[in-house]
Design a protein around this ligand. Structure first.
Ligand code: 4AD
Ligand code: MG
Length: 427
């Protein structure tokens, strides 16, 4: 007998014998007939159990969400509202589930987020939750594929580090034997050092840690960062790589995830190139809207809402002032107070930050010191710039943010399997 996924039943001929394994979502027993609705990751099937089945008595014992293996035959005509049916010849209970369940799976009651995350493994059995992670996986796969086909090498860099890259305030301190070290906020310095190691193009998909003090719908304390760095490239080259990687990620999601368009906010593969607007143009728009924004300041949420209204979906804000960008950001030759930097936005939400980097070691040291940092702590990084460092550019993208905007999720936590926030480091 063939062991199958539930959805493999579609298109199978009547009379075929099959074995399905999964979770008993619903059990109903009547006098002469009973039903188990079995769920696996691909869908539902009704196992119809007639009184003459030797395991009929088992129906009384099986609790909801128990794991079962059911053998049976595909009938001539299907009499089930789940659209799939087998006539059961044998039932094996592989593991009974305790009762009552920690949270409901099929009932229509709203369970609050905290309760759901406390029992996330059950929450993830709900198809409308599970599909978020199918989407995440498919988007990432499409982006990875795009980068791999553009000669990028995937790398892994340390997450325990002794120097901060994105500013000191959001660092998690860790006791590391006798030393006080940090959890890495970004692989920034490492990916640049790898460019100096003679690999022109690297990317990393890994965790990044930020000690964000406040609970917001778009911040996690541990998120997945997709980072790239490319040699002999400027900010424009890196932006091109970004928009195409995202388009390919969304294409793969739409091609491979069932009913993708029915549950995603983004309904088609975004057209490239994405629109671009400079920071200075943003200030002009804000001024026209009587919104007080000052040159040299970061754009806050309210300001970005005004700007975001002008675009359908993804758009770039380019040429940010030097004062709001990290020390490694290259400045524009003709306007040295502005940088070769960009953020990719979706409405008011920032998805990516990137830039061409400073590659001159003397300038880089000066920029580190201008930010009030001790350049001696960056010697391991600075020295890689003195022995043949190509000009380079790159970006860092928050994968959960991307999933959040593509699917239109109200809270970024929904895009993390086991979210970490100010109050949650469990489970
Ligand atoms: O804008 P950030 O801080 O930029 C960097 O880390 C640079 N090293 C990138 C570069 O190559 N220049 O972070 C990059 C992205 C953000 O745009 C956002 O999508 C995501 O990481 N991100 C977060 N996502 C969830 N929760 C948080 N607390 C995040 N902080 C940043
Ligand atoms: Mg940023």
């Amino acid at each position: 007998m063939k062991e199958i996924f539930v959805s493999d039943i579609d298109g199978m001929a009547a009379g075929k014998d099959v074995v399905v394994k999964g979770w008993a979502q619903e059990i109903r027993v009547m006098k002469n007939i009973g039903f188990i609705i079995i769920r696996d990751s691909t869908g539902l099937v009704q196992a119809t159990v007639k009184r003459d089945c030797p395991d009929f008595q088992l129906l009384e014992k099986i609790s909801r969400e128990s794991v079962v293996s059911v053998s049976g035959t595909i009938p001539e005509s299907i009499k089930s509202n789940v659209g799939r049916e087998i006539i059961t010849s044998q039932i094996t209970v592989l593991n009974l589930s305790e009762t009552p369940l920690l949270i409901g799976i099929t009932d229509n009651v709203e369970t609050d987020m905290d309760t759901r995350f406390n029992s996330r493994f059950i929450d993830l059995r709900k198809p409308e939750i599970a599909r978020i992670f199918r989407a995440k996986s498919a988007i990432l796969w499409g982006m990875r594929n795009y980068l791999m086909s553009n000669k990028f090498m995937e790398v892994q860099t340390p997450k325990t580090v002794s120097a901060a890259t994105e500013g000191g305030a959001e660092l998690f301190h860790v006791k590391y034997f006798e030393k006080d070290i940090f959890l890495n906020q970004s692989p920034q310095l490492y990916k640049e050092m790898l460019v100096a190691s003679g690999v022109e193009r690297v990317f990393e998909v890994g965790p990044a840690f930020r000690a964000e003090e406040h609970n917001t719908p778009r911040h996690l304390n541990e998120f997945t960062s997709i980072d790239i760095e490319m040699a002999f490239a400027d900010h424009n080259d890196a932006m091109l790589m970004l928009e195409n990687a995202i388009a390919n990620g969304i294409r793969n999601f739409m091609d491979t995830v069932k009913d993708a368009k029915s549950f995603s906010l983004v309904k088609s593969i975004p057209e490239t190139p994405f629109p671009r607007i400079t920071y200075s143009e943003c200030l002009q728009i804000l001024k026209k809207n009587d919104y007080p924004a000052i040159n040299g300041d970061d754009l806050n949420n309210e300001a970005l809402k005004i700007i975001g209204k002008r675009f359908e979906g993804f758009y770039f804000i380019t040429e940010w002032p030097k004062s709001v960008r990290p020390f490694y950001t290259a400045t524009l030759d003709e306007k040295p107070e502005y940088t070769k930097s960009y953020d990719l936005q979706f409405r008011e939400i920032e998805i990516t930050s990137g830039a061409q980097r400073v590659h001159n070691p003397v300038e880089l040291k000066k920029r580190i010191e201008e930010k009030g940092l001790n350049s001696e702590n960056f010697e391991f990084y600075l020295k890689t710039f003195r022995y043949g460092m190509p000009p380079h550019a790159g970006w860092g993208l928050g994968l959960e943010r991307l999933v959040q905007v593509v699917l239109g999720l109200p809270n970024i936590r929904e895009a993390s399997l086991f979210p970490r926030d100010r109050t949650r480091v469990f489970p």
